[in-house]
Design a protein around this ligand. Structure first.
Ligand code: C5J
Length: 231
């Protein structure tokens, strides 16, 4: 029998069993986070996303130490863009579209330098990396199968951006029956207002999409996991 652990959270305590919990790290890619990259070229302040790096590195380390499954995602497309619907391709500034040359290679194209995960949060050998063509990590990916195979029913959700890929993924996960806790200082937005409201929306109405807690609270519970032997 595995011990149930608790994390103080909004709107109330989040309970989990370590063996059925995974840490999902969404789209911590150079295209979104590096100064001079795609995100910045759209006029965004990447500094707002980069505040996530340090707490998230600490959370990933704590999850690995506790034996929690860590899964990374990357948003991007095949080099021929056959998996990018015109509705997505044609949106946005004509000079900065998906597949166009950018400072770090073709924008959001798999295999390009900018598409990969930032060095600070590089996946370890053996950790699952899900390549996703959409905002949600479940759409047109193998994530459902991976989670089912590993017996995962609860997710710690982190990454960027809060109101886009994090929210879409949490909503997809919620509809599929997963219990999601969004880690407030480990998700980031280019828009401070969207960050605040995005987090509020998760835990509103008694946790309509899930729970919210900061990384200190989550790491506290994961550390207790390490020191509490399974029964
Ligand atoms: C966006 C993402 N914002 N990962 N992607 O286009 O949130």
């Amino acid at each position: 029998m595995t011990a149930v652990q608790y994390i103080p959270a909004q709107p109330g305590e989040f309970s989990f069993e370590p063996s059925t919990l995974a840490l999902l790290v969404i789209d911590m890619q150079r295209d979104f986070l590096l100064p001079g990259g795609f995100g910045e070229s759209l006029g965004n302040d990447v500094g707002l996303l980069r505040t996530v790096i340090e707490p998230l590195a600490g959370l990933i380390a704590a999850a690995r130490a506790a034996g929690i499954t860590v899964i990374h995602t990357r948003e991007g497309h095949l080099p021929d863009l056959s998996d990018c619907p015109p509705a997505k391709l044609l949106r946005g500034s004509p000079s900065q579209r998906i597949g166009d040359p950018g400072a770090f290679g073709r924008i959001l194209v798999r295999g390009e330098y900018g598409h990969d995960i930032i060095d600070e949060l590089a996946p370890l050998d053996g950790e699952v990396v899900i390549d996703k063509p959409g905002k949600g990590a479940f759409y047109a990916t193998e994530l459902s199968d991976v989670l089912a195979r590993k017996g995962i029913s609860s997710l710690l959700v982190t990454g960027v951006t809060t109101e886009v890929c994090v929210h879409t993924t949490v909503r997809e996960a919620n509809d599929r029956g997963f219990e999601c806790l969004v880690v407030s200082d480990c998700v980031g937005s280019y828009f401070p207002e969207f960050q605040r409201v995005g987090l509020e929306m998760i835990a509103a109405q008694g946790g309509i999409f899930g729970w919210v807690a900061d990384s200190a609270a989550v790491i506290g519970a994961l550390t207790a996991t390490v020191s509490t032997p399974a029964q």
